[in-house]
Design a binder for this molecule. Structure first.
Ligand SMILES: Cc1ncc(COP(=O)(O)O)c(C=O)c1O
Length: 381
């Protein structure tokens, strides 16, 4: 089995006893991110105001190029950025006319960022939302015309992947609805190829999980030549027209039209350094994912049959990079999380789900240690 610990010496040295099973939450950062942060500082101190030439001329295009390659997207210039995916969702929602009631189809399993926002808008009748199970998506699309479809590529509460066939079906049935695919748990985790759908959906993801680059860098692919004009718009949405006075608010003829305003660009430096390093080491997402699947299978193999039965899914091909135990109650999940933390095992829990996330800095010896330690906890016996 491969071992990638060398890339993560700083985080490992700071936490020598910790078994970090929360890579799906906040992934360890590779050591090289220290150099990236230094480079951002050097550029700021050396170039002062002129640093923007480098940031917009080299740093951001490099991020776009890397992302486009990772997800097989043909139009890097049609990738928009924001510090978080929530901002991008709000910007897309603001493309609809203000007085229109927006009809939305989404799942019962979306992360809080989208769930809260849509629920809150529904309170004011700004949107009507159909919250469904994935098995109901097709029939809902046949019954209704929606304005927006928002679905996770890998669901945060189960780890299950939305199948490629389902994505295809949604695109066939969606008519004019905008389709947002939340790829936070798929990007840089499992191999993703959106080429066949690149003109039919917006793929959103970010940096602090499997992309390993910490907070502050989220992105959205925008279908090429998209003419939408978000009402929620900052001045980064049209650099091309800053010096001109236009009667109508102008937008960039590329993904920038979904950008907001001034933000920190250090996360771009981190992201670029990490993924350039892996590229030069010829390490692909498929390699990383294969390593994680081996770890997951090894962990499952060591589980008692009763513990195995509590997993939502044991077929790792259908999952992202975390395994989910279904607990009887939220309280049970919370107590288990605390019990595990007492044993220096960091997991996390959402409602009744207890999640074990496998980061690429784990190896087989960690899984053996983990399997041994959990044996004393009744839930796993
Ligand atoms: C599916 C999913 N989407 C998005 C996010 C992050 O949301 P935001 O970028 O709005 O903070 C998470 C974080 O855990 C997530 O699990």
């Amino acid at each position: 089995m491969s071992n990638y610990k060398n890339y993560f010496q700083d985080f490992i040295k700071e936490n020598p006893e910790l078994l970090h099973l929360a890579g799906h939450s906040h992934h360890y950062w590779p050591d090289i991110t220290k150099l990236a942060i230094q480079e951002a500082y050097q550029d700021a101190s050396k170039h002062v105001d002129l640093k923007w030439n480098k940031i917009f001329g080299e740093v951001v295009p490099k991020t776009q190029e890397i992302i486009a390659k990772i997800i097989n997207f043909d139009h890097p210039e049609w990738i928009a950025f924001a510090p978080n995916t929530h901002e991008l969702l709000c910007r897309v929602l603001s493309t609809f006319p203000m007085k229109k009631e927006i009809r939305i189809l989404t799942s019962k399993h979306e992360f809080h960022s989208a769930r809260r926002q849509l629920q809150r808008m529904a309170e004011e009748d700004q949107v009507t939302v159909d919250w469904v199970e994935t098995s109901e998506i097709e029939s809902k699309l046949k019954e209704n015309q929606y304005d927006l479809i928002y679905l996770s590529h890998v669901f945060f509460d189960s780890g299950l992947v939305l199948e490629q066939e389902t994505i295809k079906k949604i695109i066939e049935l969606k008519n004019n609805a905008l389709f947002l695919l939340d790829g936070y748990h798929s990007f840089c985790a499992i191999p993703v190829d959106i080429k066949a759908f690149q003109d039919d959906l917006f793929y959103l993801a970010g940096s602090y999980k499997y992309a390993q680059a910490g907070e502050g860098l989220c992105f959205m692919t925008v279908p090429k030549d998209c003419p939408l004009r978000p009402r929620n718009t900052g001045w980064f949405a049209s650099f091309e027209t800053l010096e001109e006075k236009t009667d109508q608010v102008a937008y960039s003829p590329n993904g920038n039209r979904f950008n907001g305003a001034t933000r920190d660009f250090t996360p771009h430096y981190r992201f670029n350094k990490i993924w350039e390093m892996y590229e030069s080491d010829q390490l692909s997402i498929a390699d990383i994912s294969e390593h994680i699947k081996e770890l997951q299978n090894e962990f499952i193999k060591h589980l008692s049959s009763s513990a195995k039965a509590k997993l939502i899914c044991t077929d790792v091909k259908k999952l992202g990079h975390f395994l989910t135990f279904q607990c009887q109650s939220h309280q049970e999940a919370k107590l288990l999380y605390e019990e595990l933390l007492n044993e220096q095992i960091l997991t996390d829990f959402r409602d009744t789900s207890l999640r074990f996330g496998f980061g690429m800095y784990l190896d087989s010896s960690d899984i053996q240690k983990l399997s041994h330690k959990i044996q004393k906890i009744p839930f796993f016996q």
